[in-house]
Structures are given as C-alpha cells and as structure tokens.
Design a protein around this ligand. Structure first.
Ligand code: ADP
Ligand code: ASP
Ligand code: MG
Length: 420
C-alpha cells in the first residue's frame, strides 16, 4: 500500500462528466490498495471568471484590502470543485471527504494573491485515510495566522499538491493534466514537440521559471527541497486503463543526473510573454547608479529579471531591465517620478511588446558553442536580440514579441528536439 497524492488541473475538472471520470480513476487507485489524497484545481475558466467579476467592480489598487478579498473570492473555485469531486466519489461508492485549506490546515504567510506555504498539519487527513476515505484538499489556497484565506498565485494547485505530498511523506505526487507529460516545448506552439520520458529536477526548475506553465515553479522548488517523487501525466486517458501502465506513463522528474547522461545538450525551450522592458537612457556612468535605479524598484516590491548596462560613451550609459508586465506601468511611473529627477538621466523608455525565449539543458554545462548556435539560428530568421542572460544550464534572449513563435520553432529545429 502506498500513499499517493493526485493533482487534477482545471481542464481535467472542467465539467461534471470530467469530474466523474476523475472519481472513477481515483476509485481505481483505492481499489488497488492505495491511500489517495486528491488536490483539485477549480473547474477551467472559473478562477478567471471570478477575478473578472472583481475587476468589473473595481480596478486593482496596490496596498489596499482588495487583495485579501480577491483571495476570499478566488478560493471558492477550488472549494466548489473539491466538494463536487467528493460527491462524485461517494456516488461511485467510495467514501470521501473534502476540506478547504483552512480546515486542514495549510498555513501560509499573509502575502495575499501570492502566499507561501509555511506548514501543513496532516493529523486530520491521516485519520480520514486510515478510516478508508479518499481525502480531497482544495488546491491553490491556505490560511494565514490571523485566519484569513490566502491563495498561492496562478497555477498554485501544483504547489499545494507537492507541499501536501512533502508534508505527508507521500510515495509519489502525480500531476494529472491536459497533456500527457512535459514536452520539449509547449506542444500547442510547436506540434513537433516530443514528450520527455524523464526530465531532471534542475531542468524542470529552469523551464518552469523561464515560463513553461506546465508546472508552477514553486511546486518544482518544493519537490526538489523535499525530494518528492513527481510525475506529470494525462487525465485524458480512459480511466480504466491498466494501473501499472498509468503509473509508468507521462514524464518523471528525476533527481539523479546519471540518468540524464545520454541526453541531448538542450532538453527544452521555454518562453514567456509576461515581461516588459524598461530602459533608463543617458545615465551618468558612475558608482551607485544600478543601486539607485534597482533599489527604488525593489523597495516598491517589484521583481526584476534580465538586466543589462551598455558600455559608456562620453560618461553616459543606458541601463535596461525587465519586470513582470503587471508591474510595467507602476515601474515606469516610479522611475519617472522618483528616480529620474535625482539621477540626471535623459529619459525612461518602456516596451511591453517583448518576450523571453530560453533554451534549457544540463548538457550545456559540459558543451561549448550552445549559446552561439542559438544566436546563429535566430539571426538566420532575421530576429534581433535585445537582451541576453545566461546561467549554467540555460540561455535566455529577450526579443520582439511578434517573433516568439518563429524563434521557438527555429530553435526547436536547430537543436534537433523534434528528432527522437
Ligand atoms: P492544469 O490546468 O492541468 O494545471 P496548465 O494549463 O496549467 O494545466 O498546464 C498544462 C499546459 O501547459 C499544457 O496544456 C501546455 O499547453 C502547457 N505547456 C507549456 N509548456 C509545456 C511543456 N514544455 N510541456 C507540456 N506542456 C506545456
Ligand atoms: N485555479 C487556480 C488558477 O487558475 C489555481 C490552479 O489552477 O492551479 O490559477
Ligand atoms: Mg497549471
């Protein structure tokens, strides 16, 4: 008997018919003798619908009680889908109980809309499992020290599932979704993308942080920190396929590098349309400038990603960086109002029509010429590179948003990712 956490995404929970299928699949796992905890997402479209209603009533304002209410609101999507799944399981003759995050409790900090899990009390859940029930825990949400409901950021149910698996020392965390695993790149953009049988934890971490939305990055961080065995697989196979076949399907996230020895230099390509570029032009080239600009941005709680500073000409330089698109206007206003006057810079320019494309692979550590191959392939397509950033196992470029798909397809081909 194993303890296994199943996570089902929004599309997998998207209708009563699909919820019934999830229930049948989960019941199959319990009949095989396993204890199952299920973490569902809200039914697809529901979180967007709820947040859209809030937007109709009031535009988002930072530093108000608004974010608390957004969490109160958005968390109801998961509460509904969890209760529906419990009902569907009971209709299948499988005893089950659903809990909201605060009932478990899943304790988080109080950073509304992007809270972090701090602890999980599993006593109640264990009691129910031992009594033969399937336990359903709402994804995406928790509770802070003052009893307020919090949410974990978009896509956060992945993180709930892995955190529950870590806290309960589950044997495995199975992430059921609408694709049958992790691909070399988003199969919706490149139809030739191939499913990876395994992907190393480090590569998965880079792919998720570079924009691959198949897993929320924090879920991968949790899996790495607590060594949670994790697999991404399809919820769209017939529910009654052989359980051993199902258990071995999809993509396994591995922690041992040896298994990756034979792998390609580049394993995957990620892209991210959520960033915007800010350039501060004509800044005096003297000590303390980066701190003056980025310090002000950090103080406003805005995360910065890629940064470049040009060579100075006549004692002046240009300084560019990217931020999340949601923070774009806020950053521009901040720099114009607070930083520009004291800096003596000429102007602040912004470009929200950019994207970041990244190649990821642990093979890059031991191979030279990988980045230059990337640059050559982009130049052959006539794509201008605006910014570059590298780490040991990835190279990212910032380019014009309109070339994103072209760039991803060209790189996928250049690195032979469509070849088995
Ligand atoms: P869920 O609702 O199950 O959490 P998501 O929409 O969050 O599902 O994530 C699954 C989607 O991630 C897929 O439908 C696919 O379009 C996208 N995706 C992006 N990059 C990849 C990749 N490298 N491999 C697989 N899917 C990817
Ligand atoms: N329902 C939430 C969202 O749409 C969380 C999730 O699905 O993982 O972002
Ligand atoms: Mg998701």
């Amino acid at each position: 008997m194993a303890l296994i956490v199943h996570k089902y995404g929004g599309t997998s929970m998207g209708s009563t018919e699909r919820i019934r299928n999830v229930a049948k699949r989960v019941a199959k796992w319990t009949r095989a003798g396993h204890q199952i905890v299920v973490v569902p997402s809200a039914m697809s479209g529901e979180t967007n619908r709820l947040l859209g209603l809030a937007k109709e009533l009031a535009p988002a304002k930072p530093d108000t009680a608004y974010n608390r209410e957004l969490d109160m609101l958005a968390s109801t999507g998961e509460q509904a889908s969890s209760a529906l799944l419990a009902i569907a399981l009971q209709a299948e003759g499988q005893p089950s109980v659903s809990y909201a995050g605060w009932q478990v409790a899943i304790k988080t900090n109080d950073a509304f809309t992007k809270a972090r899990i701090e602890s999980i009390d599993d006593a109640r859940v264990r009691g129910d499992l031992d009594a033969g029930k399937v336990v359903i825990i709402t994804g995406f949400q928790g509770v802070d020290d003052s009893g307020n409901i919090t949410t974990l950021g978009r896509g956060g149910s992945d993180t709930s599932a892995v955190a529950v698996a870590a806290a309960m020392k589950a044997d495995e965390c199975l992430i059921y979704t609408d694709v049958d695993g992790v691909y070399t790149t988003d199969p919706r953009v490149v139809p030739e993308a191939r499913r990876l049988q395994t992907v190393s934890f480090e590569e998965m971490l880079e792919m998720a942080s570079m924009g691959s939305k198949v897993l929320q990055i924090r879920s991968v961080e949790f899996a790495g920190k607590y060594k949670v065995p994790m697999r991404v697989l399809s919820s769209f196979t017939p529910w009654d396929i052989d359980i051993n076949e199902e258990a071995a399907s999809g993509t396994l996230i591995t922690f041992e590098e040896d298994e990756q020895m034979e792998q390609a230099v580049v394993s995957g390509i990620a892209f991210n349309r959520d960033e915007a570029k800010i350039s501060v032009v004509g800044v005096p080239d003297k000590p303390g400038i980066a701190y003056q600009i980025l310090g002000a941005v950090a103080d406003a709680n805005i995360e910065v990603d890629v940064i470049i500073q040009n060579l100075s000409k006549d004692g002046k330089t240009d300084f560019s960086f990217t931020v999340h698109r949601n923070d774009y206007t806020k950053t521009l206003d901040l720099l114009k109002e607070k930083v520009l006057p004291s800096l003596g810079a000429v102007e602040v320019l912004g470009d929200a029509k950019i994207c970041k494309v990244s190649i990821v692979g642990i093979g890059m550590r031991s191979h030279v010429g990988v980045a230059s191959k990337m640059f050559r392939s982009l130049s052959e397509e006539g794509i201008n590179i605006q910014m570059i950033s590298t780490s040991e196992i990835k190279t990212s470029v910032v380019i014009d948003e309109k070339y994103m798909e072209l760039a991803v397809r060209a790189l996928h081909k250049a690195f032979d990712l469509d070849q088995a």
